[in-house]
Each structure stands twice: as C-alpha cells, then as structure tokens.
Design a protein around this ligand. Structure first.
Ligand code: ATP
Length: 252
C-alpha cells in the first residue's frame, strides 16, 4: 500500500527532555486520520515537526517517499503538504476573493502574476468561483477577510490550504472555539472540501473525531500507544485507561 505520509522512529528533545519519543505512524492515501491524546502528549510538537516549523532530533518524515524532516515549511507546502488552522494564513486586509486568487495563482503556475491584474486568466476565475461556492463564501467574495465571522474565516483558511493544491492536509483543532451548530456545519464543510485528500487532524471534540475519522492514533507521553478504527480505539483497554476513561460509555 502507498502511504501519503510515514513517520519513522521520530524523536524530538527540547534540551534534555525528550517530548516525541520514537513515533511511528503511516497515513494511507485519502484517509482521514485523527491524532488524539491528553494535554501535553506532544500533538502540537508532532505537527510542528511534520510542517517543518521545527526539526526533529532524529528519525524520518517521508512524504510521498521523500524524507522532508528538517526541510523549510515553504518547501513542504510546495511538495503538497499544507497545514491549516491555529497558524492562520489569511491576508486580513485583502478580499476573500483575492485571498483565494493568490492561492489559486500559485497552484495553476501563474506564480509571478500575484501582483498583476488577473481578470484575463479564465482558469483562475473559474477555480475561484468554484471554491467560493464550495466554501459557502460567494456572497462574501468582495468583503475583506477580517470582516468574516469566525466560522467563515476558518472556512477560508481551509479553502486556502485546498486552493494551494495540497493533497495532504494537517488540520489543527478545526472545531476549536465553535458552538454545536457551527461545529456540525464545519464538519460537513471539511468532509466536502477535502474529499479524496489525506487528512491528519488534531481535535479535542470526541464526537467529531469518532464521526469523521477513518482511523485514530493515540499519542500519550510522546508515543503512539494505539492506531485503529474508531471502534477499535473505543474498545482498546490501554486507550481507555490512558485517555478515554475506563468505560466505553466515557468514550462515546
Ligand atoms: N519549544 C519548547 N521547549 C520546551 N518544551 C516544549 C516546547 N514545545 C513544547 N514543549 C513541551 O512539550 C510537551 C508537549 O507539548 P505539546 O504542545 O506538543 O502537547 P499537546 O499534546 O499539543 O498538548 P495540548 O493538547 O495541550 O495542546 C509539553 O510538556 C510542552 O511543555
């Protein structure tokens, strides 16, 4: 089986403290994979390592079979692995449409047209229209990004990651700060917009994870203690003890 992303014995120490302690993880092409674990387990650190924000102490990060460990973030994004949420990539003073246009120009190879007028590029216009529609942002196209509501900003962030041509997305707590109905809408949006793409997602809302993920990995104290389907993870005694509580009802 081809893997979109493989972590091989990945380790990260800060000073003398080892925070990521030999992580092995395979992401299958097109799967939605959730990473869960208690506070301080190392989930954000793992995302920083994969997205190139920090370099591992040792180990490999294979993205489409290339070792990207320690490469700069821009190179990793160009290779097709993009991170969304928590680190916002929106230009707040630009319109929603112009934000998307920049990302689409990049993907379609018009990289040096960003500062030129682009209405003559029909492929860009068509792609932007399609994205606006998919994100539910058509009527907001000409508003500045900083005037969007919080869920709309998050939809735009997701759109930018997709528009830049990434086939693998790291989603950092996509539902953070949302109420119940906003969470439900965001869940549907993510499922629609990322169809066919590979997702690795950190999220604290267990309802979202168990509804959305094909597989779940559980990180505890810098190590993956289990990987499996939602049903397998729910039934896993080590996971129940370490994280989900001691009974199946607690994990629901
Ligand atoms: N730059 C750093 N220097 C020193 N220690 C760090 C650094 N970054 C993270 N840590 C430590 O690494 C551990 C893991 O932190 P991390 O933020 O990765 O956990 P997490 O699983 O994402 O937690 P949460 O769910 O609370 O966001 C913590 O003990 C944290 O204090």
């Amino acid at each position: 089986m081809t893997h979109a992303l493989e972590l091989r014995n990945l380790k990260k120490s800060f000073g003398s403290v080892e925070i990521i302690r030999g992580v092995n993880l395979d992401l299958r092409q097109g799967e939605r994979h959730a990473l869960i674990g208690p506070n301080g387990a190392g989930k954000s650190t793992l995302f920083h390592l994969i997205s190139g924000r920090i370099a591992p102490t040792s180990g490999e990060i294979l993205f489409q079979s290339q070792n990207i460990a320690g490469k700069p973030p821009a190179e990793i994004v160009r290779a097709g692995l993009s991170r969304s949420f928590q680190i916002t990539n929106i230009f707040p003073q630009m319109s929603v449409l112009d934000n998307l246009r920049c990302a689409v120009l990049w993907k379609l190879g018009h990289r040096y047209s960003i500062f030129r007028q682009t209405p003559t590029l029909p492929d860009v216009a068509i792609e932007c229209e399609r994205l606006l529609d998919q994100l539910g942002l058509t009527r907001r196209a000409h508003d500045t990004a900083d005037s969007l509501t919080y869920p709309e900003q998050r939809a735009l962030e997701l759109g930018l990651a997709v528009a830049s041509g990434a086939n693998t997305l790291l989603l950092d707590e996509p539902m953070a700060g949302m109420n119940h109905s906003e969470t439900e809408a965001a869940l549907q949006l993510i499922m629609k917009v990322t169809e066919g793409k590979t997702l690795l997602m950190v999220e604290h809302d267990m309802g979202v994870i168990f509804e959305m993920a094909d597989r779940i990995s559980v990180l505890v104290y810098g190590q993956i203690i289990a990987t499996g389907t939602p049903q397998e993870i729910r039934a896993n005694r080590a996971v129940q003890e370490a994280y989900l509580g001691t009974s199946e009802e607690d994990a629901a």
